[in-house]
Design a protein around this ligand. Structure first.
Ligand code: NAG
Ligand code: NAG
Ligand code: NAG
Ligand code: MN
Length: 610
């Protein structure tokens, strides 16, 4: 009898009953307690059902606590099925995000000079081109609130190319529900290119909700964004770059999160539009958390298991944003003081807004179901006022927000220590008035996984100095070679007793278990890299993912490469350094680091079959 009842219970309407039972937990509903006592008997069936119902109730209660679940608000499927179908039928240059087949005539430098990407190719691709839907498959079934706030889309630009700017606008118009676009605001930061003047105004006249604002002098990216934001009328402000393409259903997933918690800043996944052929694809690693190293370079780190969602298409928390693409409740943006108006031109602003929103009671998320492509330029085509403003911006951010952690930056960038950050009183007052938390809190609650990748205090290196080969008596040398060029043997400069400017023979086997040029305090960001058990050893950008840049310095003095199970070897006659099958008795496979720290080496080697 009991069992039949439970079958009914779980099969027919467990959701409703769980809701009832959960609610009755708080009001002490007698039916519920009767029900529990019924299922609580000594026999094992009862115990089974009892634990099952407990589980159901517990998970319901958990979900109820999550404001984003089962909140009773009406949701809907925001996909524009008709537009998706039309897009899927498009064929032609660059359609479906495919690379455009470039001719030699289109490959010339001239094509890149004005924009830093190939404008000839851009001009050949439709302003309405279709993009591949590369979202996680779960995104296709997601529902978002029926009632969403509308947004002003702010697109600052400076001397942007015609087709790249227009494709940004078209992609937003084509792939956003019209009722959610309060306006598109193009903010011109004092461009001088002719097509951005009357011609742009004439073109945009066909779109009633596109506005053009212009700065009166060159203001830089940060103040240009602020000008756009200050004129915005939408409930939400969405910032885009001027060479982007919004992908399918990109907007509702962003606005939905803000509707549920107005203090959330949301970022779309940023995809890569190739600056040569305009092919569209994800960034390496796709969904990752935004982070920084202690020289304040932006970095991306993997989502730790603790933060991975059951559904990988669900939003996840990110400590810092990449930069120009995000949406924020307009009023909340201004409650946060917008951007620090003392930030010049470009740089550091993404840290400022990110630290601020987390520390002052908001949060920040990346939204896997929202994707926007961005053209990463080959180079910046216009004059950017020199490094001084970037350094000053970073110093401002460090001074206002980073508390005692600023010291870690000054240790690596001593030139920042005495640089003037200008007047930051207003910023500090804002931090005070908003009762913002400490940077220590930010590091321990939000960016707690960052030090694993970028420790504030560099852990001691395992070995450093010259690397001398036992068999030949020669040293590993980079000869200042270009990235990707092989390492070579040279006579050891220490022995020559002369300053050998053409040689780099000092290396560090660092706590990351990779080998880099430079002494432990000043390593370069290049790493010993081998791709097979017989390949040369080259210098390559450190990817920090161990893999083919992971090395072991073993007791038998071999430099072992776990991925290929081979050892670093060399030949005296042609001075080459290459991978080979390990033969520890071969003197050409034995290498002596000038200095070692045996504690650290022991630690690295401890769990290894050596
Ligand atoms: C883009 O599509 C719109 C309709 O969605 C159409 O009016 C316009 O002519 C198209 N423009 C181009 C350049 O294909
Ligand atoms: C945006 O939404 C607000 C209500 O949230 C409404 O008052 C306003 O008129 C809308 N703006 C536009 C341009 O649709
Ligand atoms: C060697 O490493 C240990 C930590 O593993 C550290 O305490 C010690 O200072 C290091 N020694 C040198 C000479 O760097
Ligand atoms: Mn850009």
């Amino acid at each position: 009898m009991k069992i039949i009842f439970f079958f009914f219970f779980f099969n027919c309407c467990h959701r409703v009953i769980c809701q009832l039972t959960a609610e009755s937990l708080s009001v002490g509903c007698p039916q519920f307690w009767w029900f529990l006592s019924l299922s609580r008997g000594p026999d094992k069936y009862s115990r089974f059902w009892y634990s099952l119902i407990n589980f159901q109730v517990a998970s319901y209660v958990r979900q109820k606590k999550d404001p984003y679940f089962g909140d009773g608000q009406r949701k809907k499927d925001w996909h524009n099925k008709e537009a998706i179908r039309r897009d899927s039928e498009r064929v032609g240059n660059g359609e479906q995000g495919k690379p455009y087949p470039m001719t030699d005539a289109e490959r010339v430098d001239q094509a890149y000079r004005e924009n830093g990407f190939n404008i000839f190719v851009s001009d050949k691709i439709s302003l309405n081109r279709s993009l591949p839907d590369i979202r996680h498959p779960n995104c296709k079934n997601k529902l978002y609130l029926e009632k969403l706030p509308n947004t002003s889309v702010i697109i600052p630009f400076h001397n942007e190319g015609w087709s790249s700017l227009l494709r940004t606008v078209h992609s937003v118009l084509n792939r956003s529900p019209p009722e959610l676009i309060a306006e598109i605001v193009l903010v011109d930061d004092f461009s001088d290119r002719e097509h951005l003047k009357k011609r742009l105004e004439d073109y945009m006249a066909q779109f009633p909700n596109v506005r053009i604002l212009r700065t009166k002098k060159r203001e830089g990216l940060i103040r240009t964004r602020m000008l756009g934001a200050s004129m915005a009328i939408g409930d939400v402000i969405t910032f885009l770059d001027s060479h982007c393409e919004a992908n399918v259903n990109w907007l509702p997933p962003l606005l939905d999160r803000i509707a549920r918690n107005r203090k959330t800043i949301v970022c779309p996944m940023i995809d890569v539009i190739d600056h040569d052929h305009f092919g569209y694809e994800t960034q390496a690693g796709d969904a990752m958390r935004g982070a920084f190293d202690w020289e304040m370079y932006y970095k991306r780190i993997p989502i730790p298991p603790e933060l991975q969602k059951l559904d990988p298409s669900d939003p996840f928390e990110s400590p810092v944003m990449a930069g120009g693409l995000f949406a924020v409740d307009r009023k909340w943006f201004w409650e946060l003081g917008g951007y620090d108006a003392g930030l010049e031109i470009w740089g550091g602003e993404q840290y400022e807004i990110s630290f601020k929103v987390w520390m002052c009671g908001g949060r920040m998320e990346d939204i896997p179901c929202s994707r926007v492509g961005h053209i990463y330029r080959k180079y910046v085509p216009y004059k950017v006022p020199t490094g001084v403003s970037l350094a000053r911006n970073l110093k401002r951010v460090a001074e206002v927000w980073m508390d005692e952690y600023a010291e870690y930056i000054y240790q690596r960038r001593p030139e920042y220590r005495h640089l003037s950050a200008g007047d930051v009183t207003a910023q500090k007052e804002l931090r005070n008035n908003l009762n913002c938390k400490s940077f220590k809190w930010f590091m321990s609650e939000v960016a707690w996984d960052l030090p694993k990748f970028y420790p504030p205090v560099e852990p001691p290196a395992a070995a450093w100095g010259e690397i001398r080969n036992v068999g030949t008596g020669l040293c590993v040398d980079t000869k200042h070679g270009a990235l990707g060029s092989p390492l070579r043997l040279e006579s050891c400069v220490k022995d020559r007793g002369e300053a050998a400017w053409n040689n780099v023979q000092v290396f560090t086997f660092s706590w990351r278990e990779d080998i880099r040029p430079g002494d432990p305090q000043h390593t370069k960001k290049f790493c010993f890299d081998a791709i097979s058990h017989s390949s040369p050893v080259t210098l390559y950008d450190c990817h920090g993912m161990k893999g083919n840049q992971l090395w072991r310095y073993r007791r038998d003095k071999t430099l072992y490469h776990p991925v290929s199970s081979s050892c670093m070897d060399c030949s005296e006659s042609d001075r080459k350094i290459f991978m080979n099958s390990c033969n520890p008795s071969s003197p050409t496979q034995q290498w002596i680091f000038e200095h070692t720290n045996s504690t650290v080496l022991e630690k690295f080697n401890r769990n290894l079959d050596l």
